[in-house]
Ligand binder design. Structure first.
Ligand code: WTA
Length: 646
């Protein structure tokens, strides 16, 4: 490997970081050699009502499949994020909120104030009859009340299911129904980049398909007009009037559910990934501290949305468990212009920024001037997540944004893993642009060939995790079999990530992307099957096949092959209509970038669509389509190649 591709640990980081290179080796070694002792020791970072005496208790084998961590422990997650900080840092800032509109004043909440707001929200939920174990759907803009709502659920033991505010009423309804929640918390409207998002109206539309929904709590965010339905809808500010700002935290078993978060897989509808209380919080807190070298006094900004797992773990649970100051941004990186993120950094003296490669690429395209016009001297570390970062964006982040001073922490993980899994530690790991580097303590990654044989040394293969870790998901909501089937049957005894990876001669991991039918659009997971199901709901569509294609900004774009019903003619209008249709069915993030009207799709004689060929055509790589002789009608391929949409 060429020297310029290796960024050694800067001496000041090696000297002062929490963990240096020898420290990492020792910690990692201990975590695998004596996991029981290691994890019970780590568990001390949380406040337990009853301290656990058992660490991991798990088996990935079919006959005895179970995953439990700290199962005899009792705690409350919100008390860990709030109450335990009150004595020492009750007056310090817990949450900074930066509004969409830059001329508006930010809002700040100390730990004492956040505690009071969360208790108030918890009491409002109780007043609406919510009890431990109930599912509460949260469909909110990025406003402080979203944080209050999430933590209020944790306080009373209700299970939150946050649905990203960009999802359509149809998608929202499906998620409400799937987890059987009778209550939705929303706002009148959201704001993003100066535009309004009609959240309450979307909930009204979703309610038509979610008969079990009986209560909607509405936070007044913009003051935009909404229709309130007397029996069902409650204004938060009215319900909160005169409500107490203390609320005892519910004692929870470590394995009691904390939240459900829907995510796309390669088959069927999105699945409700279930995380529980003790192990998840421990993982969120530990990884936030280690990977980002969190120190008291840091101003931490994770620029994700709380509708995604990154927002759960690294806007809320991890930083708050660590007593950090966490920043929440309502708007978009490119609005009013491409300087916005750096202005926010300067305004709040952000020390640590965590964002996605897609945002970096979008900003990079606008030129360095938007960055260099700002100071950014407060920054000391920069993180990235969501998709492989291309070395060009990595270097831009390092050289231009971070002025060459800040380590780039590329963290690989998934909704299912609860928190970061493979990532450098700033004081321990020399960096290579594009590599997420090394496993965190307790993480035992392996690369397997298609037959499941473990590959040693430098190799490429399917990335699996060979043993459980505390932040691991515990199940798919409402479908116990699906968890085992999806993640533990391809390579028995191991957790299948769905990603491919390469390990180089130094043991560094390079994630190469999904090996299943999941595409990663702007760092958001989208199942091709979901987009296909939406397309075939259209009355003119007979069949659809969706694949990913390279996209400069989004990483991957969506390329949809559509076969129309006979008698139906392709047209540009219909193309637009289909894109709009998918937006409406799922949400804007699922809208196809290209629609290719195809009279036929390449199928094997048994009727299976050959996606490999469709992917190659979408990528424009038509010279190496491989063997097409097994197709029922090889001529279909020539037609597709000739009519590729560019
Ligand atoms: C991809 C987001 C390469 C990967 C936290 C994974 C990454 C999927 C990285 C999970 C990274 C995430 N480098 N690929 N640093 N981070 N991915 O569930 O394909 O929304 O399986 O979780 O994103 O996406 P999810």
């Amino acid at each position: 490997m060429a020297d310029q591709d290796l960024y050694p640990v800067p001496p000041e980081w090696a000297a002062h970081a929490r963990v240096d290179s020898a420290g990492y080796d020792q910690m990692y070694g201990r975590s695998l050699a004596d996991p029981g002792t290691f994890w019970l020791d780590q568990a001390k970072r949380l406040d337990w009502i009853k301290r656990p005496e058992i660490a991991g208790d798990w088996s990935f084998d079919k006959s005895d499949f179970h995953i439990r961590w700290f199962a005899d422990g009792k705690l409350n997650v919100s008390a860990n994020c709030l109450d335990r900080h009150l004595a020492k840092r009750g007056g310090e800032t817990a949450l900074i909120w930066e509004p969409d509109e830059p001329s508006e004043e930010p809002r700040r909440f100390t730990y004492a104030e956040l505690h009071a707001e969360v208790c108030r929200f918890a009491n409002v939920l109780k007043g609406q009859g919510v009890v431990k174990g109930n599912r509460v759907t949260i469909y909110m803009p990025m406003i402080p009340e979203a944080a209050f709502a999430v933590l209020a659920c944790a306080r009373i033991g209700a299970i939150h299911s946050v649905v990203f505010g960009g999802f359509s009423p149809e998608a929202l309804a499906g998620r409400i129904e799937d987890c059987g929640s009778t209550i939705v918390i929303t706002a009148d409207e959201g704001r993003r980049g100066g535009k309004r998002v009609p959240l309450k109206a979307n909930v009204d539309a979703a309610a038509a398909h979610a008969p079990g929904l009986t209560t909607v709590i509405v936070v007044k965010a913009t003051g935009g007009a909404v229709t309130m339905q007397a029996e069902r809808d409650v204004w938060y500010h009215e319900a909160a009037e005169g409500v107490a700002t203390t609320c005892p935290p519910e004692p929870m078993g470590a394995e009691d559910p904390l939240f459900i978060l829907y995510t796309s897989g390669s088959t069927g509808q999105p699945k409700g990934v279930l995380h529980t209380s003790g192990g998840y919080l421990l993982w969120a807190s530990l990884t936030h501290e280690l990977t980002f070298d969190y120190r008291p006094g840091d101003v931490w900004w994770c620029a994700a949305d709380i509708g995604w797992v990154t927002g759960h773990t690294y806007i809320l649970y991890g930083p708050l468990a660590n007593g950090a100051t966490t920043l929440m941004f309502e708007g978009l990186p490119t609005w009013p212009d491409a300087s916005r993120m750096w202005q926010i950094v300067d305004r709040h003296k952000v020390t640590t920024l965590y964002t996605a490669p897609t945002a970096l690429r979008a900003l990079m395209k606008e030129g360095d001037g938007f960055v260099t016009a700002t100071d950014r001297s407060s920054l000391k570390l920069l993180g990235t997540v969501g998709e492989p970062i291309n070395p060009e964006a990595w270097r831009w982040y390092h050289d231009v944004v971070g002025q060459g001073r800040c380590p780039i922490i590329d963290t690989w993980w998934q909704t299912e893993t609860g928190g970061a899994m493979i990532a450098p530690l700033p004081g321990a790991t020399a960096l290579k642009p594009g590599s997420a580097t090394m496993p965190l303590p307790g993480i035992d990654p392996q690369l397997l060939d298609p037959e499941g044989v473990v590959l040693n040394g430098a190799a490429s293969g399917n990335l699996v995790i060979a043993r459980s870790w505390p932040g691991q998901m515990r199940g798919v909501w409402g479908d116990s079999d699906r968890f085992f089937q999806t993640y533990f049957t391809t390579y028995p005894g191991k957790y299948t990530t769905g990603d491919g990876a390469r390990r180089d001669e130094d043991g560094y991991y390079w994630i190469t992307g999904r090996v299943d039918d999941v595409i990663n659009v702007s760092g958001h997971r989208m199942g091709t099957a979901e987009v296909e199901s939406a397309l075939v709901l259209h009355p003119h569509v007979a069949e659809a096949a969706v694949v990913g294609m390279p996209h400069d900004i989004k990483g991957q774009g969506i390329y949809a092959y559509v076969t129309l019903n006979s008698g139906q003619d392709p047209s540009d209008d219909l193309r637009k209509e289909l894109v709009g249709w998918v937006r409406k069915e799922i949400g804007p993030i699922a809208a196809p970038d290209k629609v290719h009207f195809a009279p036929g799709l390449p199928k094997t004689r048994s009727g299976k669509i050959m996606r490999r060929i469709l992917r190659k055509i979408a990528e424009g790589d038509v010279s190496s389509l491989g063997d097409t002789s097994t197709l029922a009608d090889p001529a279909v391929v020539d037609d597709l190649v000739a009519n590729r949409v560019v």
